[in-house]
Design a protein around this ligand. Structure first.
Ligand SMILES: *Cc1c(COP(=O)(O)O)cnc(C)c1O
Length: 385
């Protein structure tokens, strides 16, 4: 009997809290108010408190959260924004959208997050913002990044889309840089049942500006103050659902950590490189990403055995044709090597202990078989990226 363990299963989460979701949804429907009303305000207040930030502004999605953050800081044509290339294209999309130039720097091999030394080396008189990504639920090295940013007087925009509830020396993601940007895409640690996003900040003026920018740049209805505005609102229905789910987020994140600890234990001597929680704070394991030399073969064998996996992300941003013009001449060696080796195993709070054991056992078996079989010429193409 092949296994049937999905990479993700949102229905399990919604079934578990269905009664509360139904009540929240009905309340919004009955209210007759669907855009920027009491549900959005309540969620913004609750999420700001969760992030230990003074302000939270709900927006339509994580990508526009990043774009509005750049616009609020006044980033535009002629400016450079330093970011990473291993977290899909979201950051680059927004930097290019405001007319600025993405400057990609390499990542630290162990944390998969922005390498502070590479960051400092990339700063020029044109650098107007730094956009690190707290990837897979692990925060970037915010001590080093903030020290460099403060020394040069450059604001930091934290991409927190995979890090709801992660901490660095007790400070939550979204409370350290000038602005924190969140996505509530359904599969994130805190997910809507549609699109959603938020920007957090401790700066009242920036919060007000984001509030205007998310709604056409309006100061008040029909009177525009800021250029660069969008229609990027979080809606009442999503906000009400997010408020219900936010109450469960600490327990869900704890369960993700427990699953990661089980995987780490069960895979300790499997011949793979496993993710580690940083000593500086809480990892929230949005994804559990291992490194395997023969990644494509391992993934194919796991699929045959009925285990869903994914790759986050297979093609670094600077290697995507659209963004290749911004690729650093010397490439990004660590980013490129990691892209060939990374593999995301099933990781969601509703995964059972039995499923975690079955995944780990199958991974061990697949890797053992792979190491035993001498590779032949014929097998080469399968392992190539
Ligand atoms: C999901 C994600 C985004 C984009 O969020 P959307 O809501 O899908 O626009 C941005 N950055 C990272 C790191 C993400 O994982």
């Amino acid at each position: 009997m092949p296994l049937n363990i999905p990479f993700g299963d949102l229905k399990r989460q919604h079934d578990a809290i269905r009664a509360d979701l139904d009540i929240a949804i009905a309340r919004v429907l009955d209210s007759g108010w669907y855009i920027l009303g009491p549900s959005v305000s309540a969620f913004e207040e609750a999420f700001a408190a969760f992030c230990n930030a003074r302000f939270c502004v709900g927006v339509a999605n994580g990508t526009e959260a990043l774009q509005l953050a750049l616009t609020a800081l006044g980033v535009g044509p002629g400016d450079e924004v330093i970011t990473v290339a291993n977290a899909s294209v979201y950051q680059a999309i927004t930097i290019v959208a405001v007319g600025a130039r993405p400057v990609f720097v390499d990542v630290d091999e162990r944390s998969h997050t922005m390498d502070p030394a590479a960051l400092e080396a990339a700063i020029t008189p044109h650098t107007r913002a730094i956009m690190p990504v707290h990837l897979y639920g692990r925060m970037a090295d915010m001590d080093a990044i903030m020290m460099i940013a403060d020394r040069y007087g450059i604001p930091v925009i934290e991409d927190c889309a995979q890090a709801h509830g992660a901490t660095w020396r007790g400070r939550p993601a979204g409370s350290i840089g000038a602005l924190g940007c969140f996505s509530f895409y359904p599969t994130k640690n805190l997910g809507a049942v549609g699109d959603g996003g938020a920007v957090t900040t401790n700066d009242a003026a920036l919060a007000e500006k984001i509030r205007r920018l998310r709604q056409y740049g309006w100061e008040r209805k029909y009177y525009t103050r800021d250029a660069g505005g969008l229609n990027s609102r979080l809606d009442e229905l999503q906000a009400a659902i997010l408020s219900v789910k936010l109450r469960h987020l600490p327990a869900w994140n704890a369960r993700r950590r427990a699953i990661a600890a089980m995987y780490n234990d069960l895979l300790a001597d499997a011949g793979l490189i496993l993710p580690e929680a940083p000593p500086e704070g809480d990892h929230v394991f949005h994804l559990y990403v291992i490194r395997a030399a023969e990644r494509d073969v391992v993934q194919a064998r796991l699929r045959e055995q009925g285990i869903g996996t994914d790759i986050h992300y297979p093609l670094p941003t600077h290697r995507q044709p659209v963004y290749a013009p911004f690729a650093p001449r010397e490439g990004l060696p660590t980013t490129e090597r990691l892209a060939r080796e990374i593999l995301s195993l099933p990781m969601f709070p509703e995964l059972t202990d039995d499923e975690v054991h079955a995944v780990a056992e199958t991974v061990r078996e697949v890797v053992r078989t792979e190491n035993r079989e001498p590779r032949t010429e014929n097998q080469e193409p399968r392992t190539k990226n």
